[in-house]
Design a protein around this ligand. Structure first.
Ligand code: ZN
Length: 168
């Protein structure tokens, strides 16, 4: 609760006018206050700031052009430059630069015999090792699967043996 300086009553909601008509800050003792008691019509709506939200293009229409599809675009202005800079997609630009660079510098001639031999010497051992590793993993998996199957077979045999013993 606070005291309204307009009517002197206690109120939960008070609206204070801080500035004069020209937007200059008023001294504290000259600020006007209203509350639900002295200006109920000002407080009839629930206070929802988002209900009063408007687009930048509505607030400052002189900064915007309307496109044929009805959307708004910032006019040529320092603000537009700043906005363009803020919304610039640097990843996309880097990608386009990389694509451009690749187009300019990509190799189109086939490998020479020497280059083929060099590449073969550099990579053959690596791929042989990779293949061997792959086979080791596959063998290990196979062994694990076989062990699981064997375990179940053995268990089911024991189970059947028990059942038979029980039935006879
Ligand atoms: Zn009041």
């Amino acid at each position: 609760m606070a005291l309204c300086n307009g009517c002197g009553q206690q109120s939960t909601r008070i609206r204070t006018t801080m500035t004069d008509d020209r937007g200059r800050l008023l001294p504290e003792d000259q600020r006007k206050e209203i509350c639900q008691h002295c200006a109920p019509e000002q407080f009839s709506e629930p206070c929802d700031p988002f209900a009063r939200y408007i687009e930048e293009s509505q607030a400052r229409p002189y900064l915007y052009d309307t496109l044929p599809d009805g959307s708004k675009r910032l006019k040529e202005s320092p603000t537009a430059d700043v906005w363009a800079e803020m919304t610039r997609d640097q990843d996309e630009e880097a990608l386009q630069r990389a694509i451009e660079h690749k187009r300019r510098t990509r190799r189109t001639a086939p490998l020479s015999q020497t280059e083929i031999e060099q590449a073969d010497a550099a990579w053959r051992d690596y791929f042989r090792e990779m293949k061997a590793e792959e086979e080791r993993v596959l063998d290990a998996d196979k062994l694990a699967t076989e062990n699981i199957v064997l375990k179940y077979v053995r268990e089911s045999e024991i189970e059947r043996g028990k059942t038979k013993t029980y039935l006879t």
